[in-house]
Design a protein around this ligand. Structure first.
Ligand code: CP
Length: 320
């Protein structure tokens, strides 16, 4: 993975790319969340548009599948009045052997201003950010197991919206932490914002003890992990990233770590339940919880539009 320096900030500490929540300061994160607050109301207007990216071209490059991230970036860029190009990767010339950087050079020659990029290789957005001309901005929409910064930022926005000051909260992240770019990005964002109690919860095969070095408490039972939590974030079992048998079965996983109404009684009575999606009902979360009164899963999706509008408007407004 390429992580030399901090290529996402300019020499004034302003965001020019968004590659990871690691390396962002509290001020950077709060600036994005505060900017997003202003964009939430745009969605309630008859004309859901502001002219901030008029004349700019945003290219969505999703080398991995996506429903929420791709669509909300598309909506967000459209609401900022940008011209949006969704490259159909399956029909693109990458299938003929064109390299990632050659693809990027050709799209840059079409006057791209912002690349939104998801890739299965950790570090691919870093490679692109260090390759593009100074006026072009790169936003990581998820790279391998490494980072999913806009998901973490919309999660911070959701927590702040429903629970207020992050300084007073206990947040439990439950599930396949080992393979989760969302978990890593959330831990960095939560600790940077001053959350005093971040827990990662799951079986030893999916939550290694060394995750404690990131500033999270490691818990191997659900009861210990979510007891008195204000926020419970469930993660999907990422079978596509598991190289061996890390679990006996998904039924066995649900038996010990699945979120049910009964088990949610261990958390605070007003705890919220989050999930980045896609959810696997009956594996990491029971339908009664996913569709229940504590779930804010669809609010996360809606806030994702405003947060992505904020990220795009901020990076495009800063000089490299
Ligand atoms: N949360 C998330 O990244 O969902 P998608 O894979 O559908 O974009």
């Amino acid at each position: 993975m390429i992580t030399r320096g901090n290529p996402q900030l300019n020499r004034n500490g302003e965001l020019i790319h968004l590659l990871s929540t690691e390396g962002l300061g509290k001020a950077n994160i709060n600036h994005i969340l505060d900017t997003a607050t202003n964009f939430v109301s745009v969605s309630d207007r008859d004309v859901k548009k502001v002219p901030l990216l008029r004349g700019k071209s945003v290219f969505n490059l999703f080398f991995e599948n996506s429903t929420r991230t791709r669509t909300t970036f598309d909506i967000a860029a459209t609401r900022l009045s940008a011209d949006v190009v969704n490259l159909d990767i399956a029909r693109s010339s990458t299938s003929k052997g064109e390299s990632l950087l050659d693809t990027i050079d050709n799209l840059t020659a079409m006057a791209a201003d912002v690349f939104v990029m998801r890739h299965s290789e950790s570090g691919a957005p870093y490679l692109v950010a260090q390759h593009v001309p100074k006026h072009v901005h790169v936003i990581n929409a998820g790279d391998g197991r490494h980072a999913h910064p806009t998901q973490a930022l919309l999660d911070m926005y959701t927590i702040r919206h429903f629970k207020g000051d992050i300084h007073n909260l206990s947040v439990a992240i439950v599930g396949d932490v080992l393979h989760s770019r969302v978990a890593r990005s959330n831990i960095h964002a939560l600790t940077t914002l001053g959350c005093p109690d971040v827990r990662v919860v799951g079986p030893r095969t999916l939550v290694p003890s060394d995750m404690a070095h990131m500033g999270a408490r490691v818990c191997h039972t659900l009861e210990e992990g979510i007891r008195d939590a204000d926020v419970v974030i469930a993660l999907r079992l990422q079978n596509e990233r598991m190289s061996g048998a890390l679990l006996p079965s998904s039924q066995e996983y649900f038996k010990h770590f699945g979120l049910t109404t009964e088990r949610m009684k261990w958390a605070k009575s007003d705890a919220i339940v989050m999930h980045p999606g896609p959810i696997n009902r009956g594996v990491e979360i029971d339908s009664a919880v996913a569709d229940g009164p504590q779930a804010v899963i669809l609010s996360q999706v809606t806030f994702g539009i405003a947060v992505r509008m904020a990220v795009m408007s901020i990076v495009a407004g800063n000089e490299g």
